[in-house]
Design a protein around this ligand. Structure first.
Ligand code: FAD
Length: 455
């Protein structure tokens, strides 16, 4: 009698439960979620949810509420796994204190699956939560949380973050009256948010300590293109500028609040490492994430920038597996250990693990990493992983905003970043996924038909 317990009901956790049932798993499945609302998609929180063109901000559920009871997936909402007893194969559970939970949706936010009437909702009182659960297989899908900035002023009213639904609700409310928005961090989420702020009519400034935006994940050529396009849309990018301090309004100043009444002091700006002060009535800290690996650390599992797993996504304990944002795994595509933060990675690892737990595959996990980001009307798709030192070639019409940047490592195609070139993206996923080599010479040849080659 197997019992799979899954810690975390994000993309990865829900996917593994789904695949297990779809593949005919007959045992018990319990999905434990520290968040108190039905599992939802995170990517729209920085896009459609914040778009002023949408009168009502819709939350996209990961599965319909009926999915959980229909598939006999026990969903514990508002419950945290707080400890693992590996010897006895048990996890310890605790109800999440009210104040820590994601607030319930307000009338302004349409959260169709998060009402009390929901079939799939398990309203949890501290008394209802079992204190322990036995497992035969434990899946850690605990995701990541925002990296706190070690600078003064992070506690001020008007300084916000974005990871969960409650954060997106606060941001949407705040954007309605925000005049000056400062975003700390020029990665995907920071730039997606800055684009949304500009659509609300705010003056958006992004402080990025690197010399180019999205430097960790993009080729220099693509970073440069995005920097130019954001500037044209009124988003100000301050590159090579770190946030040094978040400044508070003088308490005697008029107590205007844009995100509800609070007795905390309000933010008035951000001082950069250059000394320049950027006025702000709303600050988003988007300085990357850290993996939620504490459970694994305390249980004595191997960790290194996330929970360490082998190529079958198994941790250093043969009964414990880990998937998604919280995991560092050996990638066939780069030949290195990677920790990825993407919808593709969470979903594909969840799907693989469901099959693996049922013995449906003996192969190692080898799905191709791919990514996407929508920053206002700017849309970027990436197949493969660009690493520092990769050589690049541009194909297409950069001026017209229809082009791809091809990256090569040791003379072989490693990644393709595409703007308005969907056929390049599809061809790149096929080619890289199949492990077929493409050389710079081929890509530089105007007669080379990448789409035909990929088939
Ligand atoms: P998560 O989604 O973080 O879920 C983990 C869950 O586990 C959380 O609910 C957490 O509360 C819970 N948890 C943690 N510890 C415990 C515990 N001990 N017990 C119980 N529960 C626990 N990716 C893209 O590819 N494209 C995009 O455009 C994109 N946009 C994004 C926009 C935003 C605003 C954010 C935040 C992310 C975006 N991502 C995007 C990234 C993508 O959403 C993540 O990579 C993905 O959600 C990771 O899924 P996960 O299941 O590993 O972790």
């Amino acid at each position: 009698n197997r019992h799979v317990v899954i810690a975390g009901a994000g993309l990865a956790g829900v996917q593994v439960a789904d695949t297990l049932r779809a593949e005919g798993f007959p045992g018990r499945i319990t999905l434990v979620s520290a968040e108190s609302v039905q599992p939802y998609e995170r990517p729209p929180l920085s896009k459609g949810f914040l778009d002023p063109a949408n009168d009502v901000a819709h939350v996209v559920p990961l599965r319909p509420a009926a999915f959980y009871p229909e598939n006999e997936v026990e969903l514990l909402l508002g419950v945290r796994v707080v400890g693992i007893d590996r010897e006895r194969q048990k996890v310890r559970l605790e109800a999440v204190a009210q104040g820590d939970a994601v607030p319930a949706a307000t009338h302004e936010d349409a959260v169709p699956t998060a009402t009390h009437e929901d079939a799939g909702r398990t309203d949890v009182d501290a008394g209802d939560v079992p204190s322990e659960l036995s497992y035969t297989d434990l899946v850690l899908a605990t995701g990541a949380r925002n990296r706190p900035l070690p600078i003064k002023g992070g506690e001020l009213d008007g300084v916000l973050e974005l990871r969960e639904l409650g954060h997106a609700q606060d941001l949407r409310r705040s954007l309605k009256d925000a005049g000056n928005v400062v975003v700390v961090g020029g990665g995907f989420i920071g730039l997606e948010f800055a684009s949304a702020a500009a659509l609300w009519g705010a003056h958006a400034t992004v402080l990025e300590f690197a010399e180019r935006p999205m430097a960790r994940v993009l080729s220099p050529a693509m970073s440069e293109y995005f920097a130019g396009e954001h500037a044209r849309r009124g988003v100000r990018l301050q590159l090579g500028e770190a946030a040094a301090e978040i400044l508070a309004e003088d308490p005697s100043a008029s107590p205007t609040t844009i995100a509800g009444t609070t007795d905390r002091r309000r933010v008035k700006g951000v001082r950069g490492s250059s000394g320049q002060v950027y006025p702000a009535d709303l600050v988003l800290i988007a300085a990357g994430v850290v993996p939620n690996e504490e459970l694994a650390v305390e249980a004595g599992l191997a960790t290194a920038n996330g929970i360490s797993v082998d190529a079958t996504l198994q941790t250093s304990d043969p009964h414990i597996w880990a998937i998604g944002d919280c995991v560092s795994f050996p990638s066939r595509h780069t030949g290195t250990i990677l920790r990825l933060e993407s919808e593709q990675n969470a979903t594909d690892q969840g799907r693989y693990l469901g099959k693996r737990l049922l013995g449906r595959t003996d192969e190692e996990y080898s799905d191709l990493p791919w990514f996407w980001t929508h920053q206002g009307d700017l849309k970027l798709y990436i197949a493969g992983v660009t690493l520092p030192g990769d050589e690049t070639l541009i194909r297409g019409d950069l001026e017209a905003g229809r082009f791809s940047v091809f990256s090569f490592r040791s003379g072989i195609l490693s990644a393709v970043e595409s703007v308005s070139q969907p056929s390049d993206h599809v061809a790149a996923r096929r080619t890289l996924g199949a492990g077929r080599g493409v050389t710079p010479g081929q890509v530089a040849d105007p007669g080379f038909d990448f789409k035909a080659f990929s088939k």
